[in-house]
Structure formats: structure tokens, C-alpha cells
Design a protein around this ligand. Sequence first.
Ligand code: F6R
Ligand code: ZN
Length: 185
Amino acid sequence: MKPYNVVINFESGTLDPGKRIIRKVSDVKNMFYDTQAAEELIQKGDPMVYEVIYADVPEEQGHLGHCTTIIYPGKIGNEYFLTKGHYHEKLSTAEIYFCLRGQGRLIMESTDGDCEVLEMFPGSASYIPPNWSHRTMNVGKELLVFYCIFPADAGHDYATIEEQGYPKLVVEIDGKVTVIDNPKR
Ligand code: F6R
Ligand code: ZN
């Protein structure tokens, strides 16, 4: 293949040319603590929670996958709109999330059971080491847009996070972004 550019719009989060994946509430309902509130939102029109736009790169060792993620502002119950979250299938692979717009949180859990939450803001570049699962939330009132770079053969393991969730939840309490223990863990 030959070198090529994609163009990223920092405001809208579009990456062009790119392949777009859309996640609605019905796609991520099991990731939220308040599944009842998620069901109600699905009945009310099943709004979009986030989009991912991937550059066309072979999913092979040596290549770097890259994409933008756009998370819409919103909550289910008092929990902010979030991504599914995953370990990489190839656990030894790291990733970088570079925030372009908005305010977010990045929650990570290692295979050793450590849990960390980092702030995301325009200019923040978060390093996700090998063996750490990762999920993001939009804690602001506008779009959260970030750019991701990862080994193209990293893969996604969604099942582990869907089953066990994270040790912490990021919720709004009295109008403030608050990290609490997850009662289901
Ligand atoms: C790729 C990666 C990101 C996420 C994206 C959506 O390894 O971490 O590009 O895939 O932010 O999150 P998920 O994949 O958890 O739905
Ligand atoms: Zn990843």
C-alpha cells in the first residue's frame, strides 16, 4: 500500500475517508448500571450514544489502526454516556487516546485488578499500557471527540467488560462529576 492522508475535523470528529460505526443505547444497554433507565430511553427513540470512524488500514501486525470517537452528551440514570469498553484481544498491545474536543473520563482496569480514571480534555494524550482495559465517558455538555492510535492487530474483547463492568462508575451527583464504587462489583 502507499502512504496517504486522512483529514480529521476537530469540531465534528469526522475522519475522512473513514468507515463509520454507530452505537445506540440498545447496543450498549448492558454496560449501564441502570438497565431500566436504558430500556426507557430505547422506547423513547433509542438515541445514538457514540460513533467511531476508522481509517482504512489492514488489521495486520506492523500497521497502526487509527480512528476518531465521538461521544454525544447525555446520561442514563445519573451515569454519563459511555463506550462499551474492552480489553485488546492481544493483551500485550497499548493505545493512545488524544482528546480533540470536550470533557471526558477514561476508566481503565488492568488484568491485575488495578483501576485508574484519567481526565480527558482538549490536548490530553492518555497512554493506555498493555494489559489495561479501557472505556470512555462524556462528562460535558458538548461532544467529546478523541483520536485513537493502536496496533492494527490488537483486536477487541468486549465480553469481559460486558460481564463484569468496572470497579468504579462515573456519575453526576449534585451537578458534579463523581467517581463512586460500582455496587455490582
Ligand atoms: C480501539 C479503541 C477505540 C475504541 C472506541 C470505541 O482499540 O480503544 O478506538 O474502539 O473508542 O470504544 P469501544 O470499542 O469500547 O466501543
Ligand atoms: Zn482499545
